[in-house]
Design a protein around this ligand. Structure first.
Ligand SMILES: Nc1nc2c(ncn2[C@@H]2O[C@H](COP(=O)(O)OP(=O)(O)O)[C@@H](O)[C@H]2O)c(=O)[nH]1
Ligand SMILES: [Mg+2]
Length: 420
């Protein structure tokens, strides 16, 4: 059965057109997830619109407007498995105009595959996007990273250019605070190089293939015996079946027929059936991406950013966090200013109510400074402390398409005093 193997969610990240969907599509294809005649059908269709290189990306980009534009526009999932693990592959857009979809992907990912283009100039051009994406991953404490240098055919499978790209990216990783060794894998759609097997075109490379690297990723450290906390990224109605909430069980177990609460709205509902990639299950465990049928609730009441809990959940209007300002932030984080915070799966706008540090009470923080900050939200939100639920208690502060600080929630102020 699908759920018996350890399960991981793999996100493919990078700027638009670097080849994210193509790499993910090749993984699906190499793991036997596409029938040969389906691939032939796609090939024929793409011949007609003169886009043959879009073949593997089309496996992932399935919505009508994505097919038309030959471009990913939405968050989507694809399941596949190896002998060792089952995977949810997460396909997201690369354009920052679709940041909302990218954030859902980062919030749900266990492992991130960064896709660089073989072309070094393009990578240098996209440096700020890679930086933003890496910082967002760092803020969510995603430790399991893999990097593929794709479109190797465009650089004649050159080991030298591959190494230059690797060095550039290693520098970026180091600047952001990632100091762990990660695999770098040269790939291309031409011969499915190094996806499952090595290929003579890159005979200088004898490291891991992408699928081997995925199978080696260990996320067991993240497991915590907490109460049920499920991140919800959307809801819809299936005629004849009812309201479905989709998301990831981050902590605890979601049990069929149990009563749950949806925060921050404090709505109660009963759990009907639970489905993971079209397989029904009686319970969903930590890390599973699922769709759950909820009874006694309208689909309009479900939205991205909610949390399903098993115990009564108290929403809040303020919390205290420790933040560290990024070293490349040139301005000041000031008391009274409002910032979007990447929390759970969404951006939540919060105002800085107060700042303090170990010495005194400053009213602003600059690059590299840390401080204890009180954040105030205009509407009810649901957050957890970092100690209780690390994934729900860490966040990034965003400004002008850059992460300017990262934070950890120390205390949730359930009863907010307006005077603050
Ligand atoms: N030359 C070459 N082009 C590729 C390769 N992989 C993808 N492409 C091209 O890059 C375009 C964008 O790929 P896609 O996977 O959609 O990129 P995404 O926006 O990052 O998901 C495709 O339409 C292909 O034409 C590759 O290995 N070599
Ligand atoms: Mg894509």
């Amino acid at each position: 059965m699908f759920t018996e193997k350890p399960h991981q969610s793999i996100l493919f990240l990078g700027p638009q057109s670097c080849g994210k969907s193509s790499v993910a599509g090749q993984v699906v294809y190499k793991l036997g997830g596409v029938w040969n005649n389906k691939l032939e059908m796609i090939r024929q269709e793409l011949m007609e619109i003169n886009q043959p290189d879009y073949l593997y990306a089309r496996i992932m980009d399935q919505r009508r407007d994505e097919k038309k534009a030959c471009m990913t526009k939405y968050f989507s999932l694809y399941s596949c498995e190896t002998n060792v693990k089952s995977y949810s592959l997460i396909n997201v857009p690369g354009k920052l105009q679709y940041l909302k979809e990218i954030l859902i992907g980062i919030a749900l990912a266990d492992v991130v595959v960064f896709v660089l283009s073989g072309n070094r100039e393009s990578n240098l051009l996209y440096q700020s996007i890679y930086k933003l994406l890496l910082k967002l991953c760092f803020s969510k404490e995603i430790e399991n990273l893999i990097c593929v240098v794709h479109k190797m055919d465009e650089i004649q499978y050159s080991e030298q250019i591959f190494n230059q790209n690797v060095d550039d990216f290693k520098q970026l990783l180091h600047d952001i605070g990632y100091n762990k060794q990660i695999p770098f894998i040269p790939t291309s759609i031409r011969m499915n190089q190094n996806i499952k097997e090595h290929h003579q075109t890159t005979n200088w490379y004898n490291g891991l293939t992408l699928i081997e690297a995925l199978d080696l990723q260990d996320i067991s450290k993240q497991e915590i015996n907490g109460h049920l906390r499920m991140l919800v990224y959307g809801g819809h109605r299936i005629p004849g079946i009812g309201t479905i909430a989709v998301g990831k069980v981050c902590y605890g177990v979601l049990q069929q027929n149990s009563i749950i609460q949806i925060a921050p709205d404090s709505i109660n509902a009963e759990v009907g059936s639970i489905e993971t990639h079209h397989y029904m299950c009686e319970q969903a465990r930590q890390n599973q991406l699922i769709g759950v049928r909820l009874k006694n609730i309208q689909h309009k009441e479900i939205r991205n950013g909610q949390i399903i809990t098993g115990d009564p959940s108290q929403s809040c209007l303020a919390f205290i966090a420790e933040i560290k300002v990024c070293q490349d932030f040139k301005h000041k984080i000031k008391k009274g200013h409002t910032y979007p915070l990447f929390l759970n799966t969404i951006l939540m706008v919060c105002k800085i109510g107060a700042i303090s540090d170990s010495n005194e009470s400053p009213i602003e923080l600059v690059a590299n400074q840390s401080g204890i900050v009180k954040f105030v939200s205009l509407k009810y939100i649901y957050v957890e402390t970092y100690t209780d639920y690390p994934k729900l208690g860490c966040f990034a502060i965003i400004s002008s398409q850059n992460v300017i600080a990262i934070g950890k929630i120390l205390e949730v102020i359930k009863k907010y005093d307006q005077k603050d």
